[in-house]
Ligand binder design. Sequence first.
Ligand code: TNX
Length: 531
Amino acid sequence: MPTPNRLAIVCLLFTCLFCLACSNGQEKNIDFPETDLSKAALIPKPVNIKVRGSGFALDEYSDIVTDTNKGFAEVGKFLAGKLNKRTQLRLRVNSEDKGGGIVLIKQSDRADLANEEAYHLSITQDTLLLESKTALGAFLGVQTIRQLVPETAHTNLASYPIWVIPTGEIHDVPQYGFRSTMLDVSRHFFSVEDVKKYIDLMSYYKFNTLHLHLSDDQGWRIEIKAWPKLTEIGGSTEVGGESGGFYTQEDYSKIVNYAAAHHITVIPEIDMPGHTNAASVSYPWLNGNGKTPELYEGTSVGFSTFDTRKDSVYAFIDDVIKEISALTPGPYFHIGGDESHVTKDEDYIYFVNKVEKIVMKYGKRMIGWDEVANTDIGSSSIAQVWHSEKNKQAAIDKGMQVILSPANKAYLDMKYDSLSRFGLNWAAYIPVDSGYVWSPESYGPKESILGIEAPLWSETISNMAELEYLAFPRLIGYSELGWTIEANRNWEDYERRLAGQVPYLKRMNVQYYPSPRVDWERQKDLKEVNR
Ligand code: TNX
């Protein structure tokens, strides 16, 4: 028996189809070119694609109708905005005289849509139907729709331009619910506008998490009202002696809100007890390495530490975690915990145990780099695996979940090869294919792996062009590693779809590294997805 809610949805759908038939009647006669949905340059690759071979006309008669449940109308408006920028078409969203065409529907009890990030796209000549359980699922499906819009419109199918979207079915669900990238805004500062652009690019590839490395030896980047010198002094420098910078709490909230509007969760990181020189220069009583701290603009690591045995240090940390947690809606707080080479082992353990309690007091789940697995923290905390097999195993044995960021595979700051203009190479050279061809699945049992993250450390990059050189195209591959099951991944197929991203990257003015390992010209054969 249909529930009233279901009935309403069914009625909505029929109204849409009816209106579409009226307003788009003339399109029934369109002689669509043959299409092949399975050849579309979609990244990450969906679970399942069925081909119908015809076309859906995105044109001046198309409109968007959404479910009335929370968040769906916003997703519809997001899509309308992106399609407008792209095609100049003005798609109305939920307008009175519904044109229809694109329909976003909530499906609460379909088993294949039980995952909150799952979506189903059914594309016929008349309707592009997107179904999901949540607005998040709809948002992810909308990214697929964006990737299906061809570069150019047909002008010879009707008396108006038509963007032909191939018909068929796409069923899709991610393999990991945590797909993240990190920006180190400490070694070099990046503005709110820069971070917003990064979020735009992330969301197109279905990332759902952004980790911000907000403090390190070279700079403290977030305003803490209780401790203003952190940004006044600690925020004044960066690597290479450039000007530094920091986010006011208002700036930080702008990033968090922009991310939320893209269904992306922000993870703030305050790195401690090591990587704390900028904090200790601001308030020298925090310092525990026995020296007088001075502003630092170099790139060494492992020389700084908080004094782990002072109560005042924990009162300070409590203030910092309290203020940042209050500004952060997401469930996580990252305490760093890496490379504390001048903190004694017993002090390190004592410190991490205590800080975990503070994080939990403010309602967050603690994340730390993999060294934290050697302390007595609980199984609800998370270890971010970056270099140590031993630490990874210790975390899994404790029942903790891990985030996979193996430096030799997933570090965006590693050079592509010896000729790279930016980047480091302490872990490896990571050419584009090597960054893609590895198996996160092999790192541990499925339930122990929260997901994957590609960190971008910024010792060698100081502006967007340099950032983009290291992040693109590799970041795109990490989106597929987090989303697509291993059986559906294959370098040759991925390379073809990656080459197909060039028009988007150019439109976004992304200065990607044109790796010689990718045949970028192949996108020319792709043209549209028409055969
Ligand atoms: C190691 S990875 C670090 C960072 C550096 C990075 C450079 C990690 C947890 N710590 O402090 O920026 O290498 O690749």
